[in-house]
Design a protein around this ligand. Structure first.
Ligand code: ZN
Ligand code: ZN
Ligand code: FE
Length: 753
């Protein structure tokens, strides 16, 4: 049979995932001669074989790649004649064109786990065990191509044993860049919070850490993307201390348990939730707990709590020592700052939170928090997209220029677009915090390196006070094309981007805060939106936010504003609030009282009026407690939609408040909370029906941070689907402001095209 020579280029996540050994074994099995190498574009293969073998070769590459690979394209062309006798794996080459992708950080695989726990294995208890199928990638990679010299493993030359594995194509560690063992790799140590080393060596450090945790001590543990702070979830005294030291009275802590069985004992786990918990991304999944005490300090008064399973080897060792232990595992940070990942900063800043530190001598190049999802109707929703998911690119429509979207200042994630991909950066927290802008710049320049990215166009939010807007202005001054996108248009466009929707959709953006072009703070927007522009078809009637941003904490002020603004008489409630007259005066004189249509703030205000939460320690606390109250309602009353003035596009916000107070007076706050959710959902349906009738559009896209309220999400999805709407929700891109950069990309790309 005639032999042919072909050259194959594979693009996508194909480096650091065992792709070359896979190709090597495949070629040998099919009798194909040639070579495979990593290039900055991906993987290139020179192959000589007969027609049938080459067909089979290409088919297997496309259809059965290694588990961690994600192939975007396989290109084939005539190649130079192959002169080799067999098939070889060649050294990487660096070219000027760089588009290979770095894999996300992946949880320890089962093979490595069994070696980790096997006393006969020479890596027994070694917390940096890894192979081609698992372990750190993004967090240790400084540049591409993904080679040891471009990672923070460069500081650890391999010993002969590790080197042997690394060079053996039949070994699971063939070309595993972070390959290491106790003789040659990074080391772990337990220290007190002054930095004095107490214990070297992983087994001993782990055993002593477990003992300290069981004594009620707080231990900071350097993980994959940064420091996590651990304490015994069963120890109320330790929890109270942790809350005090972190200045965090309310915000729930995530828990880590040693096995899915323990999680199932503490919370209800659906098949989808179970799949996510056990996935190689190992995110935090919010689960419905089985009757936690209301005064529980892990998550005061909340039904849903975040759980995750161990993903890093050291975590597995902790739970092997004490399988029954349940640990709080919360990001090592101050307030809403990004997670701390540098050792000097950790010791300096976390020593007032943690009593002890477990650390190691390998640098974390790129920080990332644990990702957080919840599942509703067996669909996953991102609250935080970070470790395990970033920096995997989304295939997307081609864009002519390289485009940067700066996102928003809260729950920031930026996005990049080039050559048919979009990359969404990891969660960077609240950029208004001290080190936020520095973190943003550093993370962006890391992405620019690993994606060989240099933007010629930039897009931001409209908010004049955002750092992300100022940063885009900075780039514009350097000559980049500049776009600005309204916040809620971006929310809706992110859903269009995820689902490939075109044309005009009915976009419902229920949100905390987004800057409107009229200067008001929007957040209850019904948009007729396409990928270029939008019409604000409807919104809730505006109310004042007395004191501006401070109203996010002093939610009772929003309560007063709602009563005052919608002329609702409720003297018995006003009497219970700190200083209603002062608030009315601030509003009347228009002193720092921006107008808002925000659903998030409406929830806050109603929560205050129902006496559920009057002072919030953190954003959305009052709204979350209102949802909790609604969970306890029976819900036997019929919902009623608010009047909607189509001409002005205004929905009567006062209706919701009046009804809630009326029901509360007669049937209690829980019933009122539940009906309040239903009234809003029914109103959303009625408005959508009105727009469908008028414009003949049946597609509805939902987005915005207020949909993290799963009761509201559930009701709206149910009501819309019952009336045969095609409902689209984001499930790969966050609902909240972590997703708006994706929408900014979608819109700017369309305008440029
Ligand atoms: Zn492994
Ligand atoms: Zn070694
Ligand atoms: Fe938003």
């Amino acid at each position: 049979m005639a032999l042919r020579d072909i050259e194959i280029t594979v693009r996508g996540i194909v480096q650091g995932v065992g792709f070359r050994p896979f190709v090597y074994r495949l070629a040998n099995a099919l009798g194909i001669r040639g070579a495979v190498m990593n290039t900055s574009e991906g993987v290139r293969i020179a192959a000589r074989g007969d027609e049938a073998s080459l067909d089979a070769f290409l088919r297997e590459i496309r259809e059965n790649p290694p588990p961690l690979a994600s192939i975007h394209s396989v290109e084939e062309k005539e190649g130079d004649a192959v002169s080799l006798d067999g098939f070889v794996i060649r050294q990487s080459e660096t070219s000027s064109h760089r588009s290979a992708f770095v894999s996300p950080d992946i949880a320890l695989c089962d093979d490595c786990l069994s070696e980790l726990l096997d006393p006969r294995d020479f890596r027994y208890g070694y917390p940096f065990i890894t192979c081609t199928n698992c372990g750190p990638r993004f967090s240790i990679t400084d540049d591409i191509p993904y080679d040891r010299k471009n990672t923070s493993m460069a500081a650890f030359p391999m010993c002969r044993t590790c080197e042997g594995e690394y060079r053996d194509p039949d070994n699971r560690r063939f070309h595993a860049q972070p390959n290491a063992c106790p003789a040659c790799g990074p080391r772990i140590a337990l220290m007190d919070n002054a930095g004095t080393i107490i214990s070297y060596g992983p087994r001993d450090a782990a055993a002593r850490a477990v003992a300290l945790l069981r004594e009620g001590k707080i231990v900071a543990i350097k993980g994959v993307g940064g420091y996590l702070i651990a304490c015994d979830a069963g120890n109320d005294e330790a929890l109270a201390r942790l809350r005090r030291r972190k200045g965090r009275p309310f915000k729930p802590f995530a828990l880590m348990a040693g096995s899915i069985g323990i999680v199932e004992g503490l919370a209800e786990v659906s098949p989808k939730e179970r799949e996510l918990l056990l996935s190689r991304e190992r995110p935090i999944v919010l689960l419905k707990t089985r009757g936690l005490r209301a005064e529980n300090l892990v998550s005061p008064g909340l039904t849903h709590l975040g759980f995750m399973l161990p993903y890093a080897p050291f975590q597995h060792i902790l739970f092997e020592i004490d399988p029954a232990m349940v640990l709080v595992m919360t990001s090592g940070n101050i307030a809403d700052e990004p997670i701390i990942h540098r050792d000097d900063e950790a010791l300096a800043r976390l020593s007032r939170v943690a009593d002890y530190f477990v650390s190691y001598n390998r640098e974390i190049v790129a920080q990332s928090d644990d990702s957080v999802l919840f599942v509703e109707d067996e669909v996953p929703f991102f609250i935080r997209r970070s470790r395990g998911y970033v920096p995997a690119p989304f295939p997307s429509r081609p864009v002519k220029e390289q485009l940067l979207a700066t996102g928003g200042d809260l729950k920031n994630s930026f996005a990049l677009a080039k050559e048919g991909i979009m990359v969404l950066g990891q969660y960077l927290g609240d950029l208004a915090m001290a080190s936020g802008d520095e973190q943003f710049r550093r993370t962006l320049s890391h992405y620019m390196r690993i994606y060989d990215f240099s933007p010629t166009a930039v897009v931001s939010d409209l908010h004049p006070g955002y750092f992300t807007t100022a940063f885009a202005d900075e780039l514009e001054a350097k000559g980049l094309r500049r776009f600005a996108v309204q916040h809620h248009h971006a929310h809706i466009a992110s859903v269009m981007e995820e689902h490939g929707l075109d044309g005009t959709v009915i976009g419902i953006a229920f949100d905390g805060t987004g800057y409107g072009p009229d200067g008001a703070l929007w957040g209850s927007e019904f948009l007729l939106a396409d990928r270029r522009s939008y019409e604000r078809a409807a919104h809730f009637a505006e109310f004042s936010l007395p004191g501006g941003e401070s109203a996010i904490r002093d939610v009772w002020k929003i309560g007063v504003s709602l009563l005052h603004g919608f002329s609702i008489e409720a003297p018995e409630i006003l009497d219970t609030l700190p200083d209603a007259d002062m608030v009315k005066e601030i509003i009347a004189k228009k002193i720092n009282s921006p107008l808002s249509t925000s659903v998030g703030r409406l929830f806050d205000g109603v929560s205050a009026l129902l006496g559920i939460c009057r002072h919030a320690s953190t954003e959305a606390e009052a709204a979350m407690l209102l949802e909790e109250a609604a969970f306890r309602g029976k819900g036997d009353a019929a919902p009623d939609a608010a009047p909607f003035d189509r001409k002005r596009g205004v929905i009567d916000t006062g209706h919701f408040v009046r009804r809630a107070l009326d029901i509360a007076a007669r049937r209690g706050a829980e019933e009122a909370s539940l009906l309040f959710h239903r009234d809003i959902a029914l109103t959303a349906l009625r408005v959508a029906e009105c727009l469908r009738e008028e414009k003949n559009i049946n597609v509805v896209a939902l987005s915005g941070g207020a949909f993290q309220n799963r009761l509201l999400l559930r009701f709206i999805m149910d009501y819309l689907r019952e009336k045969q709407f095609d409902v689209y929700v984001p499930s790969k891109i966050p609902f909240n402001d972590g997703g708006i950069a994706a929408g900014q990309i979608a819109i700017a790309r369309e305008i440029m095209a």
